[in-house]
Structure formats: C-alpha cells, structure tokens
Design a binder for this molecule. Structure first.
Ligand SMILES: Nc1nc2c(ncn2[C@@H]2O[C@H](COP(=O)(O)O[C@H]3[C@@H](O)[C@H](n4cnc5c(=O)[nH]c(N)nc54)O[C@@H]3COP(=O)(O)O)[C@@H](O)[C@H]2O)c(=O)[nH]1
Length: 943
C-alpha cells in the first residue's frame, strides 16, 4: 500500500496542547498583591520611635504629677510632726516652768530628779538640758550667792560680774555634767541676744526662742545649730494678765537648749511600699530662721544641696518660740515614687524595640513577598520553557505519540504517529483509532486502555495501523486524574526494520553466509532432531563428513574469491542430490556435513556418499576454468558409532581421515578396527587433531650439561599438550595415538617449526651458540619429506643448520639403513647435527654405525638408571663412551638423576649429560633465565 505523504503544513502547526488538567500544572501560583513601597519599614520605625518618645514624655508627666502629689502629702506629714515636736518641746519648758512656779524654793537636786524623770535622750532627743535662771536685782546678787552656797553649791558665783542692774542667773541645770555645770552662775542678761529673748519670754509669758546659735557646750566641737527656748516664771499667777503684771511678777526663765538635728531626726526617713519607715531619707529638709532669700546658709540642712531642676520642693512656715522659721522640703531620689522612674525609659526602649521589630518584620514580609514574586516569575518562565520543550519533544519525538480521548477519538498526535499510521495528522485528529486499526489485537488493546488497563503489543505478524501495515510496537497507557480516566496515551513505533534485522541476525546465527547452508549450530540442532526421531522410530541416522581433496591448493593458487565460488558450487551440487528430509550444511573451510535420516541399513548412507562422489565428479567451470574437485567422506552411524551429535561428527571426521589416507575421492565408514579403538582413544585422536589446529601444543626444553664444567652445552625440545579440560598431557600418552593415526606428521612439523622459531628468538636475544635438539618420529623420518621440511624451517627462521640437532631413535634407522643413511646425509648437507637417541637398546648397533653421518650418541636412560641401582655394572655406558671416542662422536648420557650417577659418568669421561639432577624440562621463559646466566660467563654448575 503506498504510504500517504505527511501534511507538512499540518505538522508544522503547533499542536493543540494536552488536556487542560495538564496545562493547569504549569500555571503561575497566585500571590497576594502587596503593593507596599519599600520605605514602609523605615516609616514604621520613625513613627514607632516618635510614639515611644511621646509615651515616655507622657508617662514622665504623669509620674511627676503623681510624685508631686505624694510629695506634698509627705511634706504635710513631716511638717505636722515637726510642729508637734516643737510644741512638745515648748510643753516641756512650760512644765519645767510650772514646777518652779509651784515650788519656788525648789532644791537643785529636785530639779535634777525632775529632768531625769523626763528621760530626755529617749523622748526629747533634741533637748540638751533643762536649766533654770533666776531673775534677781543686781543689788540682791549676794543673797542669791549665799543661798545657793547654802544649798550645797559651795563654789557658786555669778558671772560675769559687771552685768546690768537686772540679772537672770543660771542656778539649776540638768542633767548634771561637766559642760552643764560650767554654765551654773551665768548671767543671761549679760548677752544681748539672750537678754532680748528673755525679755520677750518675760513679756509674753509664752515660750521664746533665740535665733540659731552655737551652744557653749558645742563651741569646742564645731557648729551644731541649736536654739534656746525660754519660758518665763512668775510669782503668784502662772501667767499674769498684763505686761506690767508680768514684768512685776517675773521670777526667772526655764531655758531649754535644743539641737535642731535631733529635733528633725527620724522624721524624714523614707517609706517602704508597706508604709513602714525605710532606712534612707526620702525627703530633704532645710530650715531657715529668716526668710530663705535673706539667709546665706540654712539653719539646718539634712542633705547635700540638690539640683533645683531635679527635685520637687515645698516650703512651709513653722512658728517656734515666737519666731517663724521657714522649712523647705526637697524630694530625694530614694523616695518611693521615684522607684517608678524606670517606666518612661522602659516605655521608650520597649517602643523603639517594638518599632525596630515591626520595621524588620515589614522588611522581611516585603523581601519575602518580592522574592516570592521573583521566584514565581522564574517558575513561570521555567514552566513556560518546559511546556515549550515538552511541546517540542512531543512534536519532534521519533516515537509516535497520540492522545486518545475517552470516546476513542484521536485528540492529538505528533508527526511521528501520523507517519507511522501513514495518514496526514489532520486526517487522524477526531477519528476513531479503533476504526483505523484493522487488527483485532490492537483494537482490543486500545479498548482495554479505555477501560483503564495499560497494554503493550508487539506482534510477530504485521499490523494495520491507520493506513499502513507493518510490524508495530504499540503501547496504550491510560492517564487518570482523581480516579477518572482523562485520556489514553498511545505510543506507536514502527519496528519493521528492527524485525527484519532480527530475522537477518537469526539467519546469520544458523546459516553459513557464504553458501546459505545450515552452519555448525543448525547442523548440531538438526542431528539432535534426527537422533530424537531415530530413538523414537528405531531408525538409524548417518552423518557424512565431507572434506574436499586438495582444496587448499585451489584456494592458495587461485585466490580466495575463486575458492569461495568453488565452495558455493559444491554446496549447490550437494543439495541437488539429496532428499528434502536430509540436511546438508557447512562446518567451515572445505568441510561439509550431510545428515541422513531414517537410515535402515549402512548401505543407505553409502548410497548417499556415492551420490556425493558422483555429483562432484563432473568438472566445475569457475572463472572460465574447468577443474575437478574430489571429496573424502567419513561416515558414522547412530547408534552404532555414537549417540550424540558431537560423537557422530568426531567419528565421521576420523573416518574421513582414513578415507583420505586411502587415496581420497572416496568414503569410509567408521570401521570395526576404528570401532575397536577405545572410546578414550578416539576421543584423544579427535582432541589431538583439534589441539594441533587450535594451538594447544607447546614446547619445553631440557638443558644438556658438560659433566666436568657444568656449563649448558645444549637443549632438548620436548612437546607438551595443554588440554583445555584435562590440563597438561605428556607425550607418553598422546604420541602413540599420534603415530597410529599419522597425526605425528602434523605434530612433528609444528614442533620442528616452533623449535626453529624459538632458536631464532634466542639468538636475537642471547647470541645462542648451543644446539637445540628436536625428536623426530619414525613416520616423519621415513616419509622422505624430512630434509625438505627441516630446510624450510631453518630458512624461514634464518638459521644455517648447526643450531638444530635432529634426534632419531636407533629403531627408526635399523629397518632400512640405506634409506636412513640417505635421509641423514641430506640432513647433514643442510648443516644440522644428528643425535642417535636411546642408543644401546638395539643389538645391531655396532654394525651400522660407521655407515651413518651421526654426531652424537645418547646413552639410553635405562643404562644410567641401572648404574645407581646396581642392577648392572657400568660396562654398557663405558663401551658406548669408548665407541663414541673411537668414531669421533660425542656421547651424552640421559636420565641422570643422582650425584652418584654423574660421578660415574665423569669417571667414564662421558662428556655431557641431561637429567632431573640438573633440571627438568622447563618452559622457554625459564630457559631464558638459565641462558642469561650462561651469557654472563658464569658457568652453571650442577654441584
Ligand atoms: N617424535 C617426538 N617425540 C617426542 C617429542 N617430545 C618428546 N618425545 C618423546 O616422548 C617420550 C617421552 O618424552 P618426555 O615425557 O618428554 O620425557 C623426556 C624427559 O622428561 C625424560 N627425562 C629427562 N631426564 C630424565 C630423568 O632424569 N629421569 C627420567 N625418569 N626421565 C627423564 O626423558 C624424556 C626424554 O627422552 P629422550 O627423547 O629419549 O631424550 C620420549 O621418548 C621423547 O623422545 C617430540 O616432539 N617428537
């Protein structure tokens, strides 16, 4: 069927893409549109910081207000307590004055008791002492002195003496101590300051305080501000109603010196949160006894001056003994309220930290979003590229791909599919592929795929797909999404070419490329088939092994293509004369095989062989030349000769050699004689043939040594067989078979050539000067070809002759001494040396020896062996040594295994020896090591 041209226009158009479900895979992910400017984080930071500052300021203001409020309350509390203390102190002075007024003649000791009972240090710590000064006219001073002295104060005196007319003299003071006692007798009126205060106290009847002074008792220790509170005493009425009355009844004053420090102590200690007193003052106090603006220094200050701006401050007036003090209060940093001043800082710090965090979060969000947008862009681009690549892949794929909808209609297909189907793509789209497919197998496979079952189809028979019939590989793959079938992917590959190639390979594996006949593999198979049939039917099977006589000559002389043509012609003739059930095949080279089935008697096989001979008898006309090709045929029979293909072929092969030996152009059955051979022997023969052909033989070399110097004087080449299964096989096992079968010829040729080649290699490396001996069998020696073969081997390897020694056994020569002499003479002419092997074992030795051109006698190892065992004396070796000497021949002893044997040979003056004592036969590489020593001019000693 003609293949419809593909529609180029249709194929170049982009194919409608796959299912929307697949397309959805390539969509850009949706991202929220965050159109925020990049300055937003900075803005957030600035606004946040501003708000934090505002919060801080606001909290500071609130704190300040609260602190001011608390401070004011605290000031009222302290100030009240201070005023109370002043009142109490004034009350103490009044009490003392009442005592004096009640007991005008009070003894000073009672005064002391009174004061002591007040417990001033505990209850009135500011009061230093309480004293009483009596008012007395100057002219009555003597009376006072006298009465005081009478009361026990013997040293009493009034001082200073030159005071005014009115005196107020200190007569009592308590507690009694040295400082207070010093003030006894002091006239208060003598000092202006005190006098005015006493007069104010006298006139008012109220406590009157002095200005701030330093007390006499403190003068020595330094300024400790104090004041003295005076309380006047009167006669009669405790407080006379008028000024005149008060002046008239004035009797004295109680004076109470007060230190301001202790007065204030304890008032300003701070408060703990539970309102108990704290250890640190929370309020500072400054006391002025004049308006602060006029005062240079305060009367009292509880703390170091504060920075005006950093502290709250309040002033209050305090009446003290008729004077007005100004008390200024300052809030100190360790007040309870200031404990919260971390709040504004914390608000600021926290606010800034939050702003920074917010700014960073915004930055991150923005960065993440922009990276996500970037990535989405990259993904979109990459997915678009992928989609384009997939589309390209789909379009350009060499594999035919079609998308078949769930209804079986072609949704899309690539050009390769259209080409495979042999229809334009447009024609395929929308058509039912089942109707386009002419084979039930492919229709069924597609229908199964539409049911969700994938399937492959590679039929041996050509299939119809679309408009073409060929071998197709079809693959239907259902594609599902969420459990539902979306479409079926149909892959189609035209494997027609592949199938043809496979068939050709198959053919080549079983048929001979030159003649088209079954090859060895198929022949074995056919024989096996025939044997199964023979076993079943009880019939015989004949195998004819055909070798063309002298085909090598045709091939070599007329060329290989000529030879090939001859082989093809022979193949045709062999086929023409056979039944269809028989098989003719080619084993290789000029060897053919015929398998004859259903043979009832050997004669059937003989008839076939005769037919072969007859068919080949008429001349061949090849390349304008006429010539005759004759066959040698060996016939083996199942079950007589063997029961497997290999055995039958081997037997036929042997029989074929016998046919050749017997004059060619004929056939031989595997004879009784051949049949009498042991199976092993036959196997050995076949295997030896293969060994010669496949190169399984190799040579070892045994050194020949000078008995006196120990130097190597020659080497003997000995053949070995490296059997692929059995390993090393010695000549003792295979030589007899080789000799019987004539294989010894081929083997001997190989040995001769290989030994000469090895001599050439050694000469190139070591300048080899010693001869290498080669054993020659009787058959080899007698066939008349030996001198020519030797000459060819020497010439081929550039050897002159004396490098090679030919060993022949005595038994080889004695049958026909004349012919032997001729052969030996021919060999000698080519320059080779001749050694007579196994000498002494033939009784006629002495009679022919002088007629043969021999160089060396080899004393048979049986005589050497007997030397050491004492089986015989040394007479034979001695005689051989003497014979050699008399004929001018060198003598070598073989089979020397012991030092004792060597010594005997030395005693006999035998020149050289070989044997295990010095070395076993060794491979060429080992000989090289020995020869290296030899060329190093160090004689190799056996001892
Ligand atoms: N026509 C050919 N004949 C060959 C060839 N290679 C060997 N032969 C002949 O086969 C026979 C057995 O040979 P082989 O097994 O190699 O034994 C040789 C030596 O290994 C053995 N020999 C050497 N020294 C000692 C020894 O001290 N003791 C001992 N028991 N055997 C020893 O002797 C054999 C060599 O004998 P000869 O050739 O007579 O020197 C043997 O007859 C070989 O000739 C071949 O290529 N072609």
């Amino acid at each position: 069927m003609p293949e419809p041209a593909a529609d180029p226009e249709a194929d170049s158009r982009p194919a409608p893409g796959p299912d929307p479900a697949i397309r959805r895979l390539f969509r850009t992910p949706n991202l929220p549109d965050l159109n925020l400017p990049v300055s937003v984080p900075l803005l957030a930071l600035i606004v946040g910081t501003g708000l934090s500052l505002l919060a801080m300021l606001q909290s500071e203001r609130l704190l300040y207000r609260e602190e001011a409020h608390r401070f004011s309350a605290r000031v009222e509390e302290i100030h009240g307590q201070l005023a109370d203390r002043i009142r109490v102190y004034e009350q103490v002075a009044r009490s003392a004055a009442s005592l004096v007024m009640t007991f005008p003649d009070l003894h000073w000791t009672a005064w002391n008791r009174f004061v002591e009972a007040l417990d001033m240090p505990q209850r009135y710590p500011g009061i230093i002492s309480i004293a009483y000064a009596r008012a007395i006219a100057a002219d009555r001073a003597g009376d006072l002195v006298a009465s005081m002295r009478a009361a026990g104060l013997s040293t009493f005196r009034i001082w200073p003496e030159n005071a005014g007319a009115e005196r107020v003299v200190n007569i009592f003071t308590a507690p009694v101590n040295e400082a207070n006692v010093r003030a006894i007798g002091f006239d208060m009126m003598s000092e202006v300051n005190r006098r005015s205060t006493i007069e104010r106290a006298r006139d008012s009847g109220e406590p009157a305080a002095t200005r701030a002074i330093t007390l006499k008792i403190d003068e020595a220790t330094g300024a400790r501000p104090a004041f003295i509170l005076y309380q006047a005493t009167y006669r009669g009425d405790p407080l006379p109603p008028s000024l005149e009355a008060r002046r008239a009844s004035f009797t004295g004053v109680v004076l109470t010196p007060v230190r301001i420090g202790p007065l204030v102590d304890g008032l300003i200690d701070g408060r703990r949160p539970d309102n108990r007193p704290g250890s640190q003052p929370d309020t500072g106090i400054e006391i002025y006894d004049v308006p602060p603006a006029e005062a240079e220094f305060p009367l009292y200050r509880s703390h170091r001056p504060l920075k005006a701006s950093s502290a709250l401050s309040l002033s209050r007036e305090l009446p003290v003994g008729g004077r007005i003090w100004t008390v200024r209060y300052d809030s100190l940093p360790n007040g309870l309220i200031t404990a919260h001043d971390w709040v504004p800082g914390a608000l600021l710090a926290g606010g800034i930290a939050l702003s920074i965090a917010l700014s960073l979060v915004l930055r991150m969000v923005l960065a993440t979003h922009s990276r996500a947008v970037e990535l989405a862009g990259e993904m979109t681009a990459s997915l678009r590229l992928q989609e384009a690549e997939r589309q390209q892949l789909f379009t350009q794929a060499p594999l035919g791909i079609a998308l078949v909808g769930t209804d079986g209609l072609v949704m899309d297909c690539n050009p390769a599919f259209a080409a495979a189907a042999g229809l334009p793509r447009q024609e395929l789209l929308g058509t039912d592929l089942r109707l386009r497919s002419g084979d039930q197998a492919s229709v069924s496979a597609l229908e199964a795929a539409l049911q969700g079952e994938s399937g492959k189809l590679e039929s041996d028979q050509p299939l119809l797909l679309g408009g073409r019939r060929s071998h197709f590989s079809l693959h239907f793959q259902p594609v599902t999404a969420e459990g539902a079938l979306k479409f079926v992917l149909a892959f189609a590959e035209d494997i027609g070419e592949k199938r043809r190639a496979e068939q050709h390979i198959q053919y080549l594996a079983h048929f001979d490329a030159l003649t088209g006949l079954p090859n060895r593999v198929l022949l074995y198979d056919r024989i096996a088939q025939a044997l199964r049939e023979g076993r079943r039917d009880g019939t015989k099977v004949a195998v004819l092994f055909i070798d063309l006589d002298r085909f090598k000559v045709i091939n070599d002389s007329l060329g290989h293509s000529f030879g090939d043509e001859v082989l093809r012609s022979v193949a045709r003739r062999l086929q023409s004369g056979l039944r269809e059930s028989d098989t003719v095949g080619r084993l290789g080279g000029d060897e053919f095989l015929i398998v004859v089935r259903r043979v009832t008697e050997p004669n059937d096989a003989a008839c076939v062989a005769e037919k072969v001979v007859a068919h080949l008898a008429s001349p061949f006309a090849v390349g304008g030349q006429n010539f005759v090709v004759t066959p040698s045929i060996g016939i083996s029979l199942y079950p007589d000769d063997a029961d497997d293909p290999e055995g039958l072929i081997r037997c036929a092969d042997i029989a074929m050699y016998h046919a050749k030996e017997q004059g060619r152009n004929g056939f031989r059955f595997v004879t009784k004689e051949m049949g009498a051979k042991s199976r092993e022997r036959m196997d050995l023969e076949g295997a030896l043939r293969r060994a010669i052909r496949e190169g399984e033989l190799f040579l070892v070399y045994q050194p020949q040594v000078d008995t006196l110097t120990g130097r190597i004087v020659g080497l003997e080449a000995l053949v070995r067989w490296n059997h692929p299964e059995e390993g090393l096989i010695l000549p003792g096992r295979f030589l007899p078979v080789a000799e019987e079968t004539g294989l010894v010829q081929a083997m001997g040729d190989w040995v001769l050539f290989e030994a000469c080649a090895q001599i050439r290699r050694w000469r190139a490396r070591f300048d080899l000067s010693i001869p290498v001996a080669v054993n020659v069998s009787g058959a080899q020696f007698r066939d008349g070809q030996l001198p020519a073969k030797v000459a060819r081997a020497l010439d081929a390897n550039g050897l002159s002759g004396p490098e090679l020694e030919i060993e022949v056994t005595e038994s080889t020569l004695i049958d026909d001494v004349e012919a032997a002499a001729e052969t030996l003479t021919a060999l000698k002419r080519r320059g080779v040396l001749i050694a007579l092997d196994d000498f002494g074992t033939g009784y006629s030795s002495l009679s022919y020896l002088h007629r043969l051109p021999i160089d060396k006698l080899k004393i048979d190892r049986s005589f050497i062996h007997d030397l050491s065992t004492g089986a015989s004396d040394a007479s034979v070796p001695r005689a051989i040594v003497g014979l050699g000497r008399s004929l001018g021949l060198s003598v070598i002893a073989e089979g020397v295994e012991t030092q004792e044997q060597l010594q005997l040979l030395r005693d006999l003056a035998c020149e050289s020896y070989q044997g295990f004592l010095f070395s076993r036969p060794v491979p060429a590489e080992e000989v090289e090591r020995l020869l290296e020593k030899l060329t190093a001019a160090h004689p190799v000693s056996a001892e």
